[in-house]
Design a protein around this ligand. Structure first.
Ligand SMILES: Cc1cc2nc3c(=O)[nH]c(=O)nc-3n(C[C@H](O)[C@H](O)[C@H](O)COP(=O)(O)OP(=O)(O)OC[C@H]3O[C@@H](n4cnc5c(N)ncnc54)[C@H](O)[C@@H]3O)c2cc1C
Ligand code: SF4
Length: 487
């Protein structure tokens, strides 16, 4: 513990942002990382609890008190080593993780939690700036071959761990660039894509091969982006590789079955967001869906919806409204009731702050338009009675809408991927696999493993990294009979 009285002396200081008027001009990140002095002070706030709840609140079990202390002492290189012990990609989580560790921080019970995420961000950025992040190739080869399907955070974490254990790893990705939703989905202003590129370079130097634009399986639904130029059948992969990890994410979007859904100008968020990622990467996109000069309505109050708001503002939308079906949560959580768990409370993202109207407990009844183009969204207010959602009488209203973005989450993985492999599904259509015991991460077919959103349903980057790492250990044990990879 760096400074015994630090938690009493110093206030929490969040990272600052560039002002909206300057950040809305481009798609670059706008969060300003802590200075050395600020990071030292923030590290000093950690009480080094005997039972650090932050550590168990963090899905990858980051060893947070140790690196808080090292940052207080300004030993960034050692802090980076501790951080990398539990997290392959802290530059992703240090930017876009909602930080469940902070909800679990003991200091948060009667004060503001330690700014753990801002400290993580600082450590990994120092690491890259000083050239401390280097490839770590295995010192021996096992001769075993592993295929990983999907290059999102789960697939990347699994592939890196397996390569470091000496296996020959090939990642198959249907998109033209690696990264999963980190690349195509999450806007560049939250995570610039050079962060992914340099991790891919590191992994290639560690021996991982990437086969991009390659779909494993067949008959992909039209509602899911598929830019693949080549198709590989699962049975061919199974013959060539000693083990397969399916990490294809949960890509089947939730649709809105209301009259008018077919009108032009109504799109899934995941048709809209990846197009802007591609443009930012220098690609040309034919007939890009643009919010410029439009009245945009975003349906869905989560992360994806907020990303649509931020992107629409950068396009220059005239007005943006975001509707959420659930009631507005309280501004402050009831800490004694919820600590150390993730609380339900009103969350206002930087995208919301850039400008948008938000409304809760609203259900869309229909979409109306002229000449096949959407012009209006008709909605009503809803309330919950006996656990059922009911329409509030006489509450119908409408809003002008030239662009409607459906951001209501994802129902499941694409079923065709799991069916092509012939693995069992759970009740929600995810790949059935446990996370504990001798059968951890293995599907109903021996040698075929599953990790990330495809196994747990739509979730977070940090959970995907955890699952990728734990799955890698399970695969290593399956191939070698034992493993030194961390669990
Ligand atoms: C718009 C948006 C914003 C988000 N924002 C955040 C955030 O701020 N913070 C956060 O923690 N989480 C966020 N999430 C959630 C997070 O991105 C996911 O939980 C995480 O990426 C899941 O990782 P994954 O590796 O399991 O799957 P994914 O990232 O979905 O990657 C799966 C990959 O597999 C590929 N693939 C699928 N099937 C095949 C196949 N048959 N053959 C070849 N390739 C295949 C896909 O093309 C994709 O690249 C967001 C999600 C979305 C959609
Ligand atoms: S719970 Fe908070 S105060 Fe305690 S060790 Fe973790 S970060 Fe430090």
């Amino acid at each position: 513990m760096g400074k015994i009285t630090g938690f009493m002396e110093f206030e929490r200081q969040d990272e600052s942002y560039l002002a909206p008027e300057s950040r809305l001009k481009n798609y670059k990140e706008f969060v300003l990382k802590l200075t050395d002095e600020q990071a030292k002070v923030q590290g000093a706030r950690c009480m080094d609890c005997g039972i650090p709840f932050c550590n168990s609140g963090c899905p990858v079990n980051n060893i947070i008190p140790d690196w808080n202390d090292l940052v207080y002492r300004q030993h960034y290189r050692q802090a980076l080593d501790v951080l990398h012990q539990t997290n392959n990609f802290p530059e992703f989580t240090g930017r876009i993780c909602p930080a469940p560790c902070e909800s679990a921080c003991t200091l948060g019970i009667n004060s503001d939690a330690v700014g753990i995420k801002s400290i993580e961000h600082k450590i990994i950025d120092e690491g890259w700036e000083h050239g401390w992040v280097k490839p770590q190739p295995a010192d021996h080869r096992t001769g075993k071959k592993v295929a990983v399907i999907g290059s999102g955070p789960a697939g990347l974490a699994a592939a890196q761990q397996l390569a470091r254990a000496g296996h020959d790893v090939t990642v198959f990705e249907k998109s033209d660039r690696a990264g999963g939703l980190l690349r195509y989905g999450i806007p560049d202003f939250k995570l610039e894509k050079f962060h992914i590129d340099r991790r891919i370079e590191q992994m290639e130097a560690e021996g991982v091969k990437f086969r991009l634009s390659t779909l494993v399986g067949k008959d992909f639904p039209a509602s899911v982006n598929n830019w693949a130029k080549e198709t590989i059948f699962p049975e061919d992969l199974e013959k060539e590789f000693d083990a397969v990890v399916i990490a294809g994410g949960a890509e089947q979007p939730r649709d809105l079955p209301v009259p008018g859904r077919e009108l032009k100008g109504v799109h899934f968020a995941m048709d809209f967001l990846p197009q802007q990622n591609k443009i930012n990467a220098g690609d040309k996109v034919k007939d890009q869906i643009k919010a410029t000069g439009k009245h945009v309505v975003v349906i869905g109050g989560g992360d994806t919806g907020s990303d649509c708001v931020g992107t629409s503002n950068r396009h220059g939308a005239t007005a943006i409204t975001q509707f959420e079906l659930m009631p507005q949560p309280p501004e402050q959580e009831n800490k004694p009731l919820v600590w150390p768990y993730w609380p339900t409370k009103l969350r206002t993202s930087s995208s919301h702050e850039e400008g948008c109207e938000r409304d809760w407990a609203v259900a869309t009844k229909r979409l109306e338009g002229k000449g096949g183009k959407v012009e209006k969204l008709v909605a009503c207010r809803v309330e919950w009675k006996d656990g059922k959602m009911v329409e509030v009488p006489n509450s119908e209203f409408d809003v002008k809408a030239d662009l409607v973005l459906l951001a209501m989450g994802f129902v499941s993985p694409v079923q065709q991927v799991l069916e092509a492999f012939g693995v069992e599904k759970d009740g929600r259509g995810n790949a059935r696999a446990a996370t504990e015991g001798t059968n951890a991460y293995v599907t109903s077919k021996p040698g075929i493993f599953a990790a990330g959103d495809i196994r747990r349903g739509q979730s977070l980057v940090v959970w995907a990294i955890r699952e990728g790492r734990q799955c890698a250990r399970a695969v290593d044990e399956y191939l070698m009979g034992h493993s030194v990879l961390p669990r």
